[in-house]
Design a protein around this ligand. Structure first.
Ligand SMILES: NC(=O)c1ccc[n+]([C@@H]2O[C@H](COP(=O)([O-])OP(=O)(O)OC[C@H]3O[C@@H](n4cnc5c(N)ncnc54)[C@H](O)[C@@H]3O)[C@@H](O)[C@H]2O)c1
Length: 249
């Protein structure tokens, strides 16, 4: 049985993970942490990490970047592996995460869906086969309330293309410049509307043929399921360092 401490337990993702763990017979929540410290399930809920008196096999975080410092301190002090799912960290916070990973195993992914992470691996396989004759464009679609653009996941996919090609210039806006696309460009376009949970298309446009790899998330549950899978994986990891879905896949 994997015991987890769930940070942000009373948020949208936290509630979903609580339900998944409640129905699971191999993962359970030992305690929750949330600034909205109301007990909604069988486990105790603390308002902050310094108050937590429970040990666990892993900490899973779906809260807010403002919680990062106390989460890192808790995990480093208690030597508990951490699964960080929160997005929107500053460069300074990302450096803090990397520093903490020198003493504790930390899993982090922009996107916890196993499908998106498989898509990343497929991109890395497609790029060398198709070669530089195929232009790569990425289109991401999200709901009308998403503030940031492009999505962190689109950047993650673009980084995978760049890494596999050995070169890549991210282009977000073709509106302001009137010129042909360059061979190394990776175009990234964003669409916002309605309740779209998340759609990412990677288009390889070559001479007289086009290949499109697409992932569609129909519910946030895919992220919750991926996080629980990551928690179970990280519970068995002793070696400090940074981990991501590619380690699981
Ligand atoms: N990596 C992924 O695949 C993925 C998927 C979905 C959401 N997310 C990210 O997870 C985070 C949470 O998403 P959500 O939709 O559940 O948000 P939410 O606003 O519904 O829930 C966040 C919860 O965290 C709590 N919280 C806020 N600040 C806190 C703090 N300092 N300490 C403790 N608790 C705190 C809030 O009270 C709330 O209950 C966001 O950053 C979101 O972008 C990541």
């Amino acid at each position: 049985m994997t015991n987890i401490i769930l940070s942000g337990c009373n948020g949208r993702m936290g509630r979903m993970i609580s339900r998944i763990c409640g129905e699971s017979d191999d993962v359970t929540i030992a305690a929750g942490v949330d600034v909205y410290a109301v007990k909604l399930d069988a486990y105790p809920v603390f308002a902050s990490f310094p108050e937590v008196d429970t040990v666990a096999d892993a900490v899973v975080d779906f809260s807010n970047p403002s919680a990062l410092k106390s989460i890192l301190e808790f995990c480093v002090t208690k030597h508990i592996p951490l699964v960080l799912c929160t997005t929107g960290y500053s460069e300074e916070q990302l450096a803090d995460i990397r520093a903490a990973s020198k003493s504790v195993p930390i899993f982090r992914s922009f996107n916890m869906s196993v499908g998106i992470n498989l898509l990343t691996e497929l991109i890395k396989k497609a790029v060398p086969v198709l070669g530089k004759n195929f232009d790569v464009e990425i289109i991401e679609q999200h709901h009308r309330t998403k503030i940031d653009a492009p999505s962190g996941t689109a950047i993650m996919l673009a980084e995978a293309v760049k890494e596999a090609r050995g070169a890549g210039e991210f282009v977000y806006d073709r509106h302001s410049v009137r010129q042909q696309r360059g061979a190394d460009e990776i175009g990234i376009s964003s669409i916002r509307g309605g309740t779209i949970v998340g759609e990412h298309s990677v288009i390889f446009a070559g001479p007289d043929e086009v290949i499109e790899l697409k992932h569609t998330a129909y519910s946030r549950e895919v992220f919750a399921q991926g996080a629980v899978r990551a928690a179970k994986y990280m519970a068995g990891i002793k070696e400090p360092g940074m981990y991501d879905m590619s380690d699981i896949i």
